[in-house]
Design a protein around this ligand. Structure first.
Ligand SMILES: [Fe+2]
Length: 158
């Protein structure tokens, strides 16, 4: 571990960085899947979903950057190449042949919920280790992505 401005003990920082890097991998994977949905979506929902998916991808890009930089601030390296992500992400692979609008909505909603489970779990680690700042960062992601997931689930209601 590198020197850090954080007063947390090195053992706590090591554990925090491990969980932050796990969420970074999930977030990078989910962002790439959302871009695939943004590009390939077809059907009557196109006009609404194409820009909505872009909004989600931009939001994830900002959160991924914040998680990576929090891990580096705490004294770790940020791990985020496509090959690393492919080996470590918890998000299920995206079915490449999907085109229909509501099928993309369902697939992204399911994956967003897997992502959220991971973020809540990392927040639990940060709470246990008394890292209020990481808790705050992760809570921001939970609040925003629960709202995004609601947009998608609302679209699926009959
Ligand atoms: Fe685009």
């Amino acid at each position: 571990m590198y020197k850090s401005p954080s007063p947390l003990p090195e053992s706590a920082r090591r554990e925090l960085c491990a969980t932050l890097n796990e969420r970074l991998a999930d977030g990078l994977d989910l962002m790439s899947q959302i871009k695939v949905a943004h590009w390939n979506v077809k059907g009557p929902g196109f006009a609404a979903l194409h820009p909505l998916f872009e909004t989600f991808a931009l939001s994830l890009a900002a959160h991924n950057d914040a998680l990576a930089e929090r891990a580096v601030t705490l004294g770790s390296l940020a791990l985020g190449t496509a090959r690393h992500v492919a080996q470590t992400s918890r998000i299920p692979e995206y079915p490449a042949d999907t085109t229909r609008d509501l099928e993309h909505v369902r697939l992204i909603a399911d994956r967003m919920e897997v992502y959220l489970e991971g973020v809540r779990s990392s927040r639990g680690v940060a709470e246990r280790l008394a890292d209020t700042d990481s808790v705050d960062l992760l809570t921001g992601i939970v609040t925003e992505f629960e709202k995004h997931a609601w947009f998608l689930r609302a679209s699926l209601e009959s």
